[in-house]
Design a protein around this ligand. Sequence first.
Ligand code: DGL
Length: 260
Amino acid sequence: MAIGVFDSGIGGLTVFKSIADSFPEADIYYLGDTARVPYGNKSKETIIRYSVECGSYLYHNYNIDALVIACNTASSYAYDVLKKILPIPVVGVVLPGSLSAVKTTKNNKIGVIGTTATVKSGSYVNAIKNLNPQVEVFQKACPLLVPLVEEGWIEGEITEAIVKKYLDDVVDKNIDTLILGCTHYPVLKDVIKKLYPDINVVDSSDAIIDFIRETGINLKENSVRHIFITDESSSFETLKNLLVGDVKTEKIELSDLCSL
Ligand code: DGL
């Protein structure tokens, strides 16, 4: 049995790493839609269409037994649609991250940072309020953080200044827990923890593991690893080498994805 994982680009590699570390024998097929990244500033309709194409591509070509949406933006808009059209378990990142944050917070004040589209969807606010209506949620869109990670600026003065500029507002609300609501952001976790050492940082790439286990699919396979991208990207290669090492990246044609 195999797991399919997709993201708009490189961010989902943090989820790929987490799955590969937790289930070393699992067969994992990853698709990064590097030709169309970012999804985070696109419309709802476009995000759903791209996500359906990615999920369907993995399902129809690689016979995956479960699909992980390793992108908060895609999870926020396309989780219900993918769940409906694919006859396999679908796991998004919003519910696992929300559940982990609700379990962690002591003062019932949670911050959420994400792309403009994720924040606009209100997906985290809805999920958290469903789990515990008492919790106050403070959201902040941080659009510059994705290009920072893509450029490999994952530490240093400028990165710290930008993170601080976005996060001070949210931290000032007296939150004790912060959800990294974008799969690019775990790469900035050290910077965030350095700036705000007292805040609990929730990373959905960790939180998702229990949900994958709950799908009940057999994850003891042959450690097959395939990574596909829809366009060449040097930043993808750099982050891939850093996070998951020596797995070959294969380019697929966007037209193959769209023709399904
Ligand atoms: N990795 C995506 C997410 O988790 C963000 C990148 C994008 O905007 O496509 O939302």
